[in-house]
Design a protein around this ligand. Sequence first.
Ligand SMILES: [Zn+2]
Length: 291
Amino acid sequence: MSNLSPGFSPVSRRNYRGRLAPSPTGLLHVGHARTFWIAAQRAIENQGTLILRNEDLDPQRSRSEFARAMIEDLRWLGIRWSEGPDCGGAYGPYSQRERRAHYLEAWRRLRDGGFLYPCACSRKDLAQAASAPNDADADDEPVYPGTCRDRKDAVEFVKPAGVNWRFRVPDGEAVKFADLNLGQQRFVASSDFGDFLVWRRDDVPAYQLAVVVDDAAMRISEVVRGADLLKSTARQLLLMRALGHAAPDYFHCELVRDSAGVRLAKRHDALSIRHLRESGMTPEKVLEMAG
Ligand SMILES: [Zn+2]
């Protein structure tokens, strides 16, 4: 396949495996419905397997009642999967909180490979160093100023807990990929994004690491998700290369906005799938509303 930069090897196309990866930090939103629906349709069109992965790593924000609700709401929308926390499968467990050993192994490999450094900057240090947000990408982490990047003591840590761990990005490298929906993408390491978190001080693996480890372990061949994660894909491609994993294909969906231009996923709870369903709306109507 020629759609990836040299060094990013695609996985085999013979066996389509897609995933839904919601976080149980609230009720699923109409803004998410369209992305999940597209992910499900692509798995069907490719006669593939769809996996549900419960991204419940954040101990403060994840709740089991939201995990139950997201399964019910996805089913109600008519989405079906054949591997997941509710039905098991060959690549489980399918809840991230039960997969810590996998993330720790990846952390060790990255540490030993010289890809990581411990970062002792406080939130306050980072807030002072960060310039004002310069684009609309308010969800994104600010470019790390590099205060701790020359630390060489990573191998002295036997466990990640206690400091933040960052991935040292290759300065100036353009990470390119051909998105199956949005076309050619290009992000430059250390200007579009900086040294990003892979493990948090409070001993929680960061999103980027967990996703890369799980997509590889679950043999995901295509990632369908919102366009707010395009830049994260660049970070994840670097992590995959460092870990020696093949890269999946990517299909990023445009974000749905309301008539005032506000992203639906940013709007309040009245647009949860749950509330629309309880107000008598049909799944078809919800999906129509989701664009
Ligand atoms: Zn630091």
